[in-house]
Write a protein of this length. Structure first.
Length: 80
């Protein structure tokens, strides 16, 4: 199981913000520095860090940090 804090920390590292400033319900467009280019950077970082393949469609469907965590957690379970 992938911890929410690990996913949030990875996103915060890419976008350069304090991970404690956001929660699971924070909408992705409200993240500091979020835009389409940084979104792709986040996608690449998450796939690399957690060794999962999310795919652009699934990633784009996620609306919150918590939904990103769910995708990562689900993807890691299938990778086992």
């Amino acid at each position: 199981m992938i911890e929410f804090e690990s996913v949030r920390g990875c996103v915060a590292d890419v976008l350069d913000f304090d991970p404690e400033a956001v929660g699971a319900g924070t909408p992705l467009p409200e993240l500091p520095g979020w835009d389409s280019v940084n979104g792709l950077r986040v996608l690449n970082a998450l796939e690399s860090e957690f060794r999962v393949r999310l795919g652009l469609a699934a990633f784009s469907a996620a609306k919150t940090v918590g939904e990103l965590h769910g995708l990562i957690d689900e993807g890691s379970a299938h990778a086992r």
